[in-house]
Design a protein around this ligand. Structure first.
Ligand code: ADP
Ligand code: MG
Length: 374
């Protein structure tokens, strides 16, 4: 097992001509046994960061330490890491047994019996002991993914690196595999870095989540931290599904004036000091229909989800999404007045996009209820 220290990590691609900064001064300490998820939009540097940790990329600057030992210049095969990728290329002409045992045959001088024993142990852990004699083409997507996992865990590595390992699976299987992977990881206690572009997956799986954007680390924290206390408007917008509603408002004393007649007067206006204009954020799940709130909406679409309704509305030029109880079913085309609580309002600086105010509600919200099932 190992801690991973990433210090001032920078990775540029390209030579003198056009330089791409894929990873820009990332600092992160990953604890022993932790399940850390890197999340961010496509192209934000997740894969590159992971490949630097694996030793598959030379870093431009900065260092990587495993358990306090500098591995920055160590080759991938000298680092005790196992990787699982989205395209888990199994060897097509090898049986499951051979596929799982492959890393051991390659890297150790263990006897065939010892390797077989270890393969069976791993297969049992993954519930695929029946499949050991099969060829990859005989397996379902989920079974193939388990074999790929088996091949990764058989060496008992210090570090797991997983790059969107579940992306190729259908939604139902993906959610089963998420749970299985988490259970397996906590059972093995192996420090794990997991990459996904899917914030739902990140929220559901990570002990902590590292949010990246344009090569820069935006925030590291628990799901609750990044949901309730995002450092900036990007994190607030990326975490949470459906996305937070945001718009610009003019500040006049204690009152905000926004698009389409939005108006709200703060009980505690101290947060507004020094701002003439400000960005306002209200999450869909914090909007209500049973109270007057000063947030006028024109309902355009009502989407029934069974246990709740998604309302799509416009407020002036702004599109709004509200997540309300299933009994709340306004007609399409109806004018409504959404309510919300001051403690649920987010505010962001209009120039820096940094958070000025985030959720202050004391209530212990189960943020996972807000994570839409995909
Ligand atoms: P992500 O995994 O978050 O989608 P990547 O780490 O793959 O992002 O890419 C980050 C940035 O680096 C992107 O702009 C991508 O085009 C660029 N990049 C990645 N790999 C290479 C490479 N081998 N050569 C040049 N540019 C690359
Ligand atoms: Mg990637």
């Amino acid at each position: 097992m190992a801690t991973i220290d990433i210090t001032n990590l920078r990775k540029e691609f390209g030579d003198d001509g056009e330089q791409i900064v894929a990873v820009d001064d990332v600092n992160l300490e990953i604890e022993d046994g932790e399940f850390l998820v890197f999340v961010g939009p496509s192209g934000c540097g997740k894969t590159t960061t992971l490949r630097c940790v694996a030793g598959l990329e030379d870093v431009t600057d900065g260092s990587i330490e495993f358990d306090g030992n500098d591995v920055t210049d160590q080759r991938a095969r000298d680092r005790d890491v196992a990787m699982v990728f989205q395209n888990y290329a199994l060897y097509p002409h090898m049986t499951v047994r051979k596929n799982i045992g492959f890393p051991l045959r390659l890297s150790t001088k263990q006897s065939t019996e010892a390797i077989n024993e270890r393969v069976e142990e791993v297969a049992e852990m993954l519930g695929i002991e029946e499949l050991l004699g099969d060829q990859p083409k005989e397996l379902s997507g989920g079974q193939q993914q388990r074999v790929a996992l088996g091949r990764a865990i058989i060496r008992d590595p210090e570090v797991f690196l997983m790059d969107e390992p579940l992306s190729n699976l259908d939604a139902k299987l993906r959610s089963t595999m998420r749970t299985e992977l988490q259970e397996l990881q906590s059972e093995l206690g192996v420090t794990t870095c997991y990459v996904t572009h899917d914030q739902t997956e990140a929220m559901a799986m990570g002990d902590r989540i590292a949010v990246l954007n344009e090569g820069e680390l935006q925030q590291v924290g628990t799901a609750s931290d990044v949901y309730r206390s995002p450092t900036n408007e990007f994190v607030a917008g990326f975490i949470g599904s459906p996305s937070i509603n945001t718009f610009t408002a003019e500040v006049e004393g204690a009152t905000l004036h926004g698009p389409g007649g939005f108006e709200y007067t703060f009980d505690d206006p101290s947060v507004l000091e020094g701002h003439d204009r400000i960005r306002v954020g209200i999450r869909p799940e914090d909007m209500r229909l049973d109270a007057d709130g000063g947030m006028p909406g024109l309902v355009t679409v009502v989407e029934e989800m069974g246990n709740e309704n998604f309302l799509y509305a416009t407020m002036g030029e702004i599109d709004l999404t509200a997540r309300v109880e299933s009994k709340m079913h306004p007609d399409e085309g109806m004018s409504v007045d959404f309510g919300f609580d001051e403690e649920d309002i987010y505010l962001f600086d209009i120039d820096t996009q940094q958070s000025v105010k985030t959720k202050t509600s004391e209530t212990d919200v189960d943020y996972r209820q807000f994570v839409a099932n995909d």
